[in-house]
Design a protein around this ligand. Structure first.
Ligand code: 3UK
Length: 542
């Protein structure tokens, strides 16, 4: 294998070939040259196609960079990396900050310099930054000055970290000052398509985070599958949303995918529901990416905003309950595009276009990907049978030096850890994380199905359902419920909610215990932390 990397750290730590997933390229557009740099392709590619004067990056504070401006910004920063900070191709560069134009320019600069981006989520603390920085042996860190504290705490614990440079500050040694003094041109490093471009760490609801490696080709291939065939946005669209650029859901949806089609992206630093509504109503965003919880919160507020410009809404990160889909449709007239993706696969691989929707199902394999549901014996199951989701396509899991590779990739398939079934029409229907299935009195019960039912009750704002220990039944179904304002928890409410569930799904699935809470524990990427609820349930039982 040939490489443009001088520092071969990543290549040396790829899993052995026999542990790789099968990579399939069965669409004609998925053929790429041997040399490919994703930043060159995304930014200069757009300029070469005549889109140089279109707006690529916007911010609510008024930034409007054309593709030509973006290339200049990223080139100047790439020069700082190479000329001032001594970055060589293959070095890992930690990147930290909220979503912003400068963050995007830094990410592209790292790509141009042939280095490897290790982006970290804004809410991570010194402990997590240390784990990530030591595992990926970062040599450099670029950090938004407003988030520098935790990185400074982590720095002494990361022995390989030689240089830290801040952006969004006009200190002399900072990136912004240095970049301003550089010429706006840079010879992008001619990386190989299979050179590693980024290491994305899993948001990890439990255990040590895993570093997933993605090549320049992976970034472009993912952009040529789901966005082209399923989302079908155009160069006139303005993308916005909440997922951090440090999460591949955000990196794809809010940076790489819009650039791939010459569209523009509005990067919002603090993407609260209000800020997202502002992005749409005031700044003309037309495509929205966020998680199911945010759609629930936003549906209740939508009537106060002009959302007539909004065209497409994407949900991922967690299952989208049918009730949430309906609430959003009632509030905005828009059918959400659900899609399941994973950090290991880079982005979405099962989804559906907005004109072909099946409430309660995630979708069908995205063109370019194949998926099936496997039984315990590793063979595909017939329709209707619940088993383990398996997927392959042009992208796939390669963990950085991690024995868990053998759990994720089995027989060439990527095993996401999700329990699914395929219905008679080929729709993939989510059940639960495989290890979140509740076994109660011999029945298999999927927490999310009970959640979806509870969520349809008018008093319920949010909920999480897990197994709780029970002397008689081994385990029982227990719900943690956040009520809407104006509703009271208590015996009467519990009775009502239980009756509601029994009337909407198989009665044995109803929650035998319900606790009322003010909020549910969630990750920065919007995922419910069921393990925390399980711990609460276990402690409650004692
Ligand atoms: C769950 C879903 C049901 C599922 C992600 C889009 O979430 C992303 O990546 P993560 O590595 O988590 C992966 C796990 O999250 N999940 C995600 N989407 C759905 N479950 N319906 C969905 N629509 O358990 C999966 O295994 O954090 C999502 C794009 C890029 C991503 N990284």
């Amino acid at each position: 294998m040939t490489t443009a990397h001088v520092d071969t750290f990543a290549r040396d730590r790829l899993p052995p070939r026999e542990q790789w997933p099968d990579l399939v390229f069965d669409l004609p557009e998925l053929r790429y040259p041997e040399r490919l740099n994703c930043a060159t392709e995304l930014v200069r590619g757009a300029i070469a196609r005549g889109q140089g004067d279109r707006v690529a990056i916007r911010s609510p504070a008024g930034v409007r960079w054309t593709y030509r401006d973006l290339d200049a910004q990223a080139s100047r920063i790439a020069r700082v990396l190479v000329e001032d900070l001594g970055v060589v191709p293959g070095n890992r560069v930690l990147l930290r900050g909220p979503n912003s134009p400068r963050f995007a320019a830094c990410w592209l600069a790292i790509m141009k310099a042939g280095a490897i981006a290790v982006a970290t989520m804004p809410l991570l603390r010194a402990k997590e930054l240390t784990d990530i920085g030591t595992k990926s042996e970062v040599s450099h860190a670029l950090c938004d000055a407003r988030l520098a504290d935790e990185l400074i705490l982590a720095r002494p614990q990361i022995p390989t970290l030689r240089r830290v440079a801040l952006f969004e500050t006009d200190v002399h040694e900072g990136i912004d000052r240095r970049a301003a003094s550089k010429p706006a041109t840079f010879d992008d490093v001619a990386t190989f398509a299979e050179d590693v471009a980024l290491i994305a760490f899993t948001s990890g609801t439990t255990g040590k985070p895993k570093g997933t490696m993605h090549t320049h080709r992976d970034v472009i291939a993912a952009s040529d599958c789901w966005p082209k065939h399923t989302l079908r946005a155009t160069a006139d669209d303005v993308f916005t949303g909440s997922p951090p650029l440090a999460f591949t859901f955000g990196l794809g949806g809010l940076l790489v995918f819009p650039l791939r089609i010459g569209a523009s992206t509005l990067l919002v630093e603090r993407p609260s529901p209000e800020a997202l509504f502002e992005a749409i109503a005031t700044h003309g965003a037309t495509v929205l990416f966020t998680a199911p919880t945010a759609y629930r919160a936003m549906a209740a507020m939508a009537k106060d905003y002009d959302l007539s410009g909004l065209r497409k809404c994407v949900s991922a990160g967690e299952a989208l309950p049918a009730g949430t889909r309906r609430m959003w449709k009632e509030a905005t007239g828009i059918d959400i595009v659900d899609g399941i993706g994973t950090t290991e696969m880079f982005h979405i691989f099962i989804s559906h276009p907005d004109d072909d929707v099946r409430a309660g199902a995630t979708g069908k394999p995205v063109p370019g990907y194949r998926a099936c549901v496997l039984g315990e014996d590793g063979r595909p199951l017939p329709a209707g049978k619940v088993g383990r989701l398996a997927v392959k396509g042009p992208t796939g899991c390669r963990y950085l030096d991690d024995p868990r590779q053998a759990n994720y990739v089995q027989g060439g398939w990527n095993m996401t850890g999700d329990a699914y079934f395929v219905d008679d029409d080929g729709w993939f229907v989510y059940q639960a994380r495989a290890d979140d299935m509740i076994v109660s009195a011999g029945y298999n019960i999927a927490g999310p199905e009970v959640e979806a039912s509870l969520m349809q009750h008018p008093a319920v704002a949010d909920c999480g359902v897990v197994a709780a220990p029970d002397e008689e039944r081994g385990m029982i179904v227990k719900a943690y419920v956040v009520l809407k304002p104006g509703h009271e928890g208590g015996e009467a409410m519990t009775k009502q909610l239980q009756e509601h569930v029994k009337a909407s799904i198989a009665p044995y699935k109803y929650p035998r215990a319900i606790d009322y809470v003010d909020a549910l524990p969630r990750t920065e990427t919007g995922k419910l932390q069921r393990f925390k609820l399980r711990t609460m349930a276990q402690e409650g039982a004692r």
